[in-house]
Design a protein around this ligand. Structure first.
Ligand SMILES: NC(=O)c1ccc[n+]([C@@H]2O[C@H](COP(=O)([O-])OP(=O)(O)OC[C@H]3O[C@@H](n4cnc5c(N)ncnc54)[C@H](O)[C@@H]3O)[C@@H](O)[C@H]2O)c1
Length: 347
């Protein structure tokens, strides 16, 4: 069995938190929901180093994980870490607008694979530079749009692919909550809509929330911390396959993320933890649950997927060209808003 030396850049809770304690006497710990708790379940992974500009984050990383991977090194500069520590895989969990420089430095340092947080970037021009660097180096990248490895969402796509609702016609995505921010969190629902569409978005009509009516066409958030710096939006877009998509991404008190797939013969509704199939039968509309059939979730599965791609040449579930689509749709929404809510072509 191969072993992979891993370095982590960005040591906030999304990488650093342990899996929650078990509340059941038999079933063990909660499923891991962070980079390191997921990696701790993968025997091939040997985390050797972490980097953060915050000394407190570095201390917590050592305190929590040095017993799992003894001898961990910490750095406050990822360029130094990449220069001094030979690494096979780098995980990137810096703020939303700081993935590109870290990815390019990791490629230049000669790593074999990268697990990059979402959104892959806040601009498509930077995504294109990232894709060019990755392709030139021939390395594998998985972008952490986590639902692509969530058993409920995977089961819903399997039901769709097996023809249970006929041809997919329309996708409706809803996201709410106080942090329904275009890049930070709406990118999740837009990406999972792309996951179901399996096609390329070609144009979009969008409208930003009133408070950001004059936002402009370039990202100017703070990396995803301050929700007031990123707009919410409603949008309608087309895929080159003919599928149409509606997005309601509005800041609200209730935190939801749901997708409805309307097909020629039925409807699938998916949320975190449940999916339902509505089929037209001779005796009327029948609703039944779509049951997830897998036991590995989220970031553990994403890293296993990355290693599988490395070892067997498979395409991972969330390659950069897929993650680019969400950034392009978000930019298209800005472009549409700036042009008086007209249809905006997506390149
Ligand atoms: N996939 C998911 O479900 C999910 C969930 C939460 C966050 N995220 C993503 O993870 C990333 C991090 O999110 P966050 O809320 O923890 O962000 P954050 O702003 O708290 O930053 C993450 C960490 O990066 C560190 N950092 C900043 N600049 C750095 C640099 N130059 N070098 C090294 N470290 C640096 C910060 O000190 C912090 O500890 C974001 O891209 C976010 O969208 C994904």
């Amino acid at each position: 069995m191969n072993s992979y030396r891993v370095g982590i850049v960005g040591l906030s809770w999304i990488t650093n938190d342990p899996a929650g304690p078990g509340t059941h006497s038999v079933l063990g710990d909660a499923m891991p929901g962070t980079h390191l708790s997921g990696m701790a379940r993968i025997p091939q992974v040997q985390v050797v180093a972490g980097c953060d500009i915050s000394p407190e984050a570095c201390d917590l990383f050592l305190e929590r994980w040095d017993s799992t991977w003894p001898g961990l090194l910490v750095f406050d500069d990822y360029n130094v870490m990449l220069r001094e520590v030979p690494l096979d895989i780098v995980a990137i969990a810096t703020p939303d607008d700081l993935h590109g420089p870290v990815l390019k430095a990791a490629v230049d340092a000669g790593v074999n694979a990268i697990f990059c947080e979402k959104p892959i970037s806040t601009h498509t021009d930077e995504v294109d530079e990232m894709i060019a660097a990755v392709e030139a180096a021939g390395i594998v990248v998985n972008v952490n749009h986590t639902r692509r490895w969530n058993p409920t969402w995977v089961a819903a796509r399997e039901a769709l692919r097996s023809g249970r609702i006929g041809d997919l016609v329309t996708i409706t995505g809803k996201i709410g909550g106080e942090r329904a921010m275009l890049w930070r969190n709406d990118s999740h629902v837009i990406d999972i809509m792309n996951y179901f569409a399996e096609a390329n978005p070609i144009w979009v009509v969008g409208e930003l929330e009133a408070a950001h009516a004059n936002y402009g066409t370039r990202y100017h958030g703070d990396g995803g911390r301050d929700a007031s710096l990123e707009p919410a939006a409603n949008a309608y877009w087309a895929y080159d396959s003919g599928i149409r998509a509606f997005l309601s991404a509005m800041k609200s008190a209730v935190s939801i993320l749901e997708v409805e797939l309307i097909g020629s013969k039925g409807i699938i509704t998916v949320g975190d933890g449940q999916a339902w199939l509505r089929e037209q039968t001779e005796s009327g509309v029948v609703t039944s649950p779509i049951l997830p059939g897998y036991s590995m979730v989220g970031m553990q599965a994403a890293v296993v997927d990355l290693i599988d791609a490395l070892e067997n040449g498979t395409e991972p579930q969330s390659p950069p060209h897929e993650a680019r689509k969400a950034v392009a749709i978000i930019e298209g929404i800005l472009g549409s808003q700036a042009s008086g809510n007209n249809r905006f072509d997506i390149g």
